[in-house]
Design a binder for this molecule. Structure first.
Ligand code: ZN
Length: 129
C-alpha cells in the first residue's frame, strides 16, 4: 500500500458503497488539491449517499490525518458562505456570537449558522478491500 493510500473496508465503514460510489469517491479525492476545502454536500450529491454516510467517510479520513475539520459560517439570508472559517469549535464558541455578513450586511448568529467542512491536508488515494 502506498503511503498516501487509504483503504476503506467493511470494518472501518459500516455502510457498504457500491462500485459506482466507490469509483466516484476515489475520483473526487484525486481531483482535490492539498489545501482545498471539502464539503459534505459534494459527496452527498456526487455519490448519492446520505449526509450521515458522508460525514462517516470524512471522519475516517480525518482520523487518519488526511483531513482537518473546519467550521464555516454561512449567511442564513443568502444561504452562502460568509468566507469566515474557524479552525476549531472552541475558537467559534468563544468568539462574538453575532457577526455581519460581508455581502448583505445582515446579522449572522455564528453558533447557529455554521457547517462542518474539511480541508485536505495531504492527497489521498482511496482504495477498497
Ligand atoms: Zn448575507
Amino acid at each position: 500500500m502506498l503511503h498516501n493510500s487509504f483503504l476503506i473496508t467493511n470494518k472501518n465503514l459500516k455502510v457498504k458503497l457500491n462500485k459506482s460510489q466507490q469509483a466516484t469517491l476515489s475520483d473526487l479525492f484525486k481531483r482535490f488539491k492539498t489545501g482545498s476545502y471539502i464539503y459534505p454536500g459534494m459527496l452527498i450529491r456526487e455519490m448519492n449517499i446520505e449526509m450521515r454516510v458522508a460525514y462517516e467517510i470524512l471522519g475516517l479520513l480525518k482520523e487518519s490525518g488526511f483531513l482537518q475539520e473546519l467550521y464555516e459560517i454561512y449567511c442564513p439570508h443568502e444561504s452562502k458562505s460568509t468566507g469566515l472559517i474557524y479552525d476549531n469549535l472552541l475558537d467559534l464558541v468563544t468568539d462574538d456570537q453575532v457577526k455581519y455578513c460581508p455581502e448583505c450586511g445582515q446579522e449572522v448568529d455564528i453558533k447557529k449558522n455554521n457547517i462542518l467542512i474539511y480541508k485536505l491536508l495531504k492527497q489521498v488515494n482511496i482504495e477498497y478491500e
